[in-house]
Write a protein that binds this ligand. Sequence first.
Ligand code: HEM
Length: 211
Amino acid sequence: MTTTTAAPTGIMGRLKAETAEQHAIAEAKPLEAALVAGSIDHDQYKQYLGQRWLIHRELEAATDRVLGEDHRLSHLGLPGLYQTANIEADLGYLGVETSTIEPLKGAQNLVGTIQQAPSPAVLMGIYYVFEGSKNGARFIARALGKAWGKTDGEGMKYLDPHGEAQRGLWMKFREDMNAIDWSSEEQDTMVKAAQDTFDAISALDDEIHVA
Ligand code: HEM
């Protein structure tokens, strides 16, 4: 007897299926485990946010540039999903001056990739990883809130930027991404960029939280 597995449809199906292995590795990193258990210490949390700030700042500047050049991306409403201002609010609340943040190697690598004027496909492969990560980050925000006895969400805007709107925004992102006529070459490029981004984030996690 043979069993067949339906091939995932659309670019979002491909991204999910072809980065599932990398997601499992990232999710199991000691830093992520400490985040989701609410046991991360404050200094590591500040470092985590600081490194993410360096990445999002660059990613969103690159996205602004690409939005001006490729009108296929305009329906995605990406500026409404940006995270730099949320991270800055969190860092401000935690008393971290952004001018003091030094990039670790993992962040430097990712920032370098983003700065090399990525094609829309590379950019959206990277973007997908961070946008998708908001799904799990809501659980982390809840765990940290519990552990730190906080209910106002201050210092956790990055982890839970949209509240109850998260699911709907993710579904819209999925639909809009699938509606774009990505060529098969662009799809392959995007999947590769997403896989590389997961690897970079896992490496960065290990720099922040040495196992
Ligand atoms: C404690 C760590 C993590 C947990 C518990 C977690 C959990 C989850 C959950 C529950 C989903 C939603 C699955 C669904 O509704 O279909 C998800 C999706 C996703 N997560 Fe994570 N995650 C974690 C870490 C990460 C990290 C570090 C990244 C990358 C920076 C990441 C990127 C993604 C992406 C891209 C998706 C979307 C998958 C799709 O295409 O549907 N996650 N995660």
